[in-house]
Design a protein around this ligand. Structure first.
Ligand code: TRP
Length: 440
């Protein structure tokens, strides 16, 4: 079966889909909780440094590989190097994709439940002091499992509709709207009594808190948030037209994504201190803090409905991009239809997501949720990013790389040297050191 490979329809569509992939629960749920457990300001500083030094160059590397080969994982390595020796990187990516799909859909399910609760007015009824217990009861039960499965089914529907009709349409509208509503919430948080404390926590670095583990987690968070290290952007860029300027797009993604994460921090931390909560609460942090805000806000139910709707949609555009890695892999390698590939992905993840969700209740001792979260972001993705940079920097023909970087865009010499230098030297060495130090 040979058919023309799908492509994104418009320039806006490319930005919306890639930024839509990057912006998601990673920014609004994962960033505040990682920042909170790893010391605040210092974490943010290391995080930003990693975005520019390692993140944006790795985005460029993924783009060059994807658009040059016009294949996803692991086919792109095979085409660019003419042999199968690099396939293992692709299989690592597929494994990471399944782990991410599993815990991501659980959190996606939480957002769906919160949309529902906003409609019934639950946040207004329950006093803030009962919030923690209420949330723990919810996440440990079957209701959370059911929502995770609903989330996966919605993902399935978009997956089947394909690149232009599915991914692009949803992303175009949602990503800009989320941005606007986040700014409204930031302003609201800035007027809270705990604003000063919250902002100090987020922006004032305390370097005594920086351990090698914190540095590894900042790198993992940067890669997770930018959708890096598992071929997601390789797969998306295989659908780019030749008109897309790759370096410019990479900077747009990096900057917008970081901005959203910082905005989320500005919303959350003032509220954490206002309501006397702990920033180091962990994965449930955001879901316990936000309802307090809505409880005390005029028109809280409407705001919370809007917020969680947009968050759910932002997570949908992200989880679609993770699924797309596996779907493209199954379609390219086994020549099956999109629909069949989507069924396989959904069936497997329904099972693994159930196990992750029950990690908050009956399967606490196994704690697959935290395990998948940690292994995928901090191990598989950082190693995947390392592999991709080494491959693009040293194995892919440098004319091919340069051609992709400069195609239809004016790139000044210094900028090209910066990106190429980072991919060849800074990323491989930097990621390797952070990884080893963090593990020890
Ligand atoms: N970046 C997304 C977020 O911040 C999550 C995501 C989408 C992702 N695609 C990915 C993470 C690929 C790792 C790899 O929510």
């Amino acid at each position: 079966m040979s058919h023309k490979r799908a492509q994104f329809g418009t320039k806006l569509g490319v930005i919306a889909a890639t930024v839509g992939s990057a912006v998601g629960l990673g920014n609004i749920w994962r960033f505040p909780y990682e920042c909170g457990t790893n010391g605040g300001g210092a974490f943010l500083l290391v995080y930003i440094a990693f975005v520019f030094l390692l993140g944006i160059p790795t985005i460029c590397a993924e783009f060059a590989l994807g658009r040059h080969s016009r294949k996803g994982m692991p086919g792109s390595f095979r085409i660019a190097s003419c042999n199968k020796r690099w396939d293992f990187l692709g299989y690592g990516a597929i494994l990471a994709a399944f782990m991410i799909l599993s815990f991501y859909s659980v959190v996606g399910g939480w957002t769906l439940d919160y949309i529902f609760d906003s409609c019934t007015g639950l946040f207004k009824q329950i006093p803030n002091s009962d919030r923690h217990q209420q949330f723990m009861n919810f996440v440990s039960g079957w209701r959370a499992v059911a929502w995770a499965i609903v989330f996966l089914i919605i993902n399935f529907v978009v997956m089947v509709r394909g690149v232009q009709k599915g991914i692009e349409k949803v992303s175009n509208v949602m990503t800009p709207l989320l941005f606007v509503i986040l700014i409204v919430f930031c302003v609201n948080s800035l007027f809270m009594p705990g604003a000063a404390k919250g902002l100090t926590f987020l922006f004032k670095p305390d370097f005594s808190k920086v351990t090698t583990d914190v540095v590894l987690r900042a790198l993992g968070q940067a890669f997770f948030s930018l959708s890096l290290g598992m071929g997601c952007l390789v797969t998306y860029s295989s659908y780019f037209s030749d008109n897309t300027p790759l370096i410019k797009t990479a900077f747009q993604i990096g900057i917008l994504d970081t901005l959203v994460a910082i905005l989320a921090g500005v919303v959350i931390f003032p509220a954490v201190f206002t309501y006397g909560m702990q920033p180091a609460e962990g994965p449930t942090l955001v879901f316990e803090v936000l309802p307090n805000i809505f409880h005390d806000m005029p028109g809280g139910n409407i705001w919370s409905f809007l917020f969680f709707l947009l968050l759910a949609l932002a997570s949908l555009t992200s989880i679609i991009s993770v699924s797309e890695v596996v779907v493209a892999f199954l379609c390219d390698e086994f020549k099956i239809t999109r629909k069949r590939a989507a069924i396989i992905v959904t069936a497997v993840t329904c099972v693994t997501a159930t196990l992750c969700s029950l990690s908050f209740g009956p399967l606490k001792s196994l704690n697959l949720f935290n395990l998948f979260d940690y292994i995928s972001a901090n191990i598989l993705m950082t190693l995947g990013g390392l592999g991709i940079c080494v491959f693009v920097g040293w194995r892919m023909k440098s004319e091919h790389f340069e051609q992709q970087m400069r195609l239809n865009s004016h790139v000044p010499g210094w900028l090209f040297s910066y990106i190429a230098g980072c991919i060849r030297y800074v990323c491989p060495v930097g990621i390797f050191i952070v990884f080893i130090a963090g593990l020890l």
